[in-house]
Design a protein around this ligand. Structure first.
Ligand code: OGA
Ligand code: MN
Length: 284
């Protein structure tokens, strides 16, 4: 039986059933790949992938980004290696709290991410959903004046700056390979390398805009973010253990929803590298 694709009520996202990601035939993979381009985010309920199977699925989208030395896939978790809850003040907790702000993965790195795969392993009793927003539909909704205004603007994307906003001083070299030097500079709009569709390329890491005063840049980015992150351009997935999601970081934003950090939440994250031809920063 062919797989089933059920679009959400929002401008992005679809749920795919009647498929096993650990044993995909070519026809199913082709259907998934085209749905990925069309919907930006795909949810696959009840997959229960092993780490190896998640890596293999993610590798269908391209080469993996190594976030922690030697690891192709990493836990996004508020437990430490021994199973104890991590401290509210720890670097790892600040990183998780950062994930609760709208972002696109690795925009603060010289090479931004193509896609990410996330699966649910342990869930809190409430909250902890993941939400996605649609900067493609937001761009389409802009008036011509705004499209003109942003056409030639670029923003610096900095993890140091975005984390500082939530009171986290990031050490150089800490976490996911943060690097020293000028933050990546990226255009405010991005033409998707496959679909050709234009999307806003924004998120919490975007800050200073050359040519604008800092308060003007902040007001502009806030305005674009508000427009993007409101219905019908958002949808939220309430996870069940075993669900898998994949999203296109080149044209969607995402965030974790808050939950009580005294309850355990364990997700598994695998990130796919961008193409240097289209995901490199202007100053990389
Ligand atoms: C991520 C991320 C959100 C979540 O893994 O990149 O932002 O819901 N996760 O855990
Ligand atoms: Mn993320």
């Amino acid at each position: 039986m062919p797989l089933t694709i059920q679009p959400t009520d929002a401008t992005l996202g679809a749920t795919i059933t009647n498929v096993s990601l650990s044993s995909l035939d070519d026809a199913s993979w082709q259907a998934i790949e085209s749905a990925f381009y069309e919907f930006g985010v795909l949810i696959f309920p009840g997959q229960h992938l092993s780490a190896q199977a998640q890596i293999a699925f993610a590798q269908r989208f391209g080469e993996l980004e190594i976030l922690v030395e030697n690891l192709k896939t990493i836990p996004v978790s508020n437990q430490d290696g021994t199973g104890a809850l991590i401290d509210e003040d720890s670097h790892q907790m600040k990183l998780l709290m950062g994930n609760e702000g709208w972002h696109t993965d690795s925009s603060y790195m010289p090479l931004a991410a193509k896609a990410s795969v996330l699966s649910a392993h342990v869930l809190p009793s409430a909250g902890g959903e993941t939400q996605w927003a649609d900067p493609r539909a937001a761009y389409d909704a802009l008036d011509e004046d705004m499209k003109q205004k942003i056409a030639n603007l670029n923003a610096y994307h900095s993890y140091f700056v975005s984390q500082a906003k939530i009171g986290h001083k990031v050490a150089v070299g800490a976490g996911y390979g943060f690097f020293e030097g000028e933050p990546p500079l990226r255009p405010l709009t991005k033409v998707h390398p496959v679909t050709g569709r234009t999307a806003l390329y924004i998120g919490r890491h975007a800050g200073r805009i050359p040519g604008l005063e800092d308060d003007e840049a902040e007001a502009l980015l806030n305005k674009l973010m508000s427009l993007t992150c409101e219905p019908p351009r958002t949808f939220k997935h309430t996870w069940q253990v075993g669900d898998v999601a994949v999203w296109d970081n080149r044209c969607v934003l995402h965030r974790a929803c808050p939950y009580d950090h005294r309850e355990v939440r364990v997700m598994e994250h695998t990130r796919i590298k961008g193409d240097p031809a289209t995901e490199s920063a202007l100053n990389a």
